[in-house]
Design a protein. Structure first.
Length: 202
């Protein structure tokens, strides 16, 4: 007959006890892995949120600078921040600057206000980032002030390092031209409709 000493190892290594221990260890491992995955997911979410906030800040700062440059007639800065495809479509940098001078240096009207608002859309697509920034511009023509609401489409093609801007006002008459120049715009990007300007007599 086996002694009490002989029976202890048998109980310790019995298949039932081994199965219980494996199940217990497996349950603890799964809980541990679940915690790790949850922490990792939260970290990624925070990182993505911080990156998104950084994109919003960068593009909004430049948009504000474009508005200020337009008011101060710093056309070189405006051209530098305008998307190269727009500049090319206007006939190149020299013709673009000439067009700005011809438009804004004439006595036909004067820009009295140009401001930007909080971005309404931020979309990441591979290495590209797209930001919609609402704008408001007021122009004085004779004894009338016309105020229009539009938008900037800000695009970064290198994960937020550099940004170029497109003024949606330029596509008010033909919105389809935007898609012709930028066929790779993400389908979820909703370009705002530009309402008619409000008119105020002085």
């Amino acid at each position: 007959m086996p002694s009490a000493l002989d029976s202890k190892p048998l109980r310790a290594f019995s298949p039932v006890m081994a199965g219980v221990r494996i199940q217990y260890l497996g349950s603890n491992i799964m809980k541990y892995l679940t915690k790790i995955i949850l922490i990792f997911s939260i970290s990624l979410s925070v990182y993505a949120s911080n990156e998104l906030q950084s994109d919003i800040v960068k593009s909004t700062v430049i948009a504000n600078n474009i508005a200020k440059a337009t008011l101060s007639k710093d056309y070189d800065y405006v051209i530098n921040q305008t998307h190269p495809k727009i500049i090319k479509n206007m006939g190149g940098r020299k013709k673009s600057i000439e067009a700005f001078h011809a438009t804004f240096e004439s006595n036909r009207f004067e820009i009295t206000e140009f401001s930007v608002d909080t971005p309404t859309q931020v979309i990441r697509s591979k290495n590209k980032i797209f930001v919609i920034i609402p704008t408001k511009i007021s122009m004085r023509v004779s004894n009338v002030i016309a105020t229009g609401k539009g938008y900037f489409l800000s695009i970064s093609e290198d994960k937020g390092k550099n940004w170029f801007f497109i003024d949606g006002m330029g596509f008010k008459k033909d919105p389809s031209l935007m898609l012709k120049l930028f066929p790779d715009l993400p389908s979820e990007l909703k370009l705002p409709q530009i309402p008619p300007p409000t008119i105020k007599k002085l």
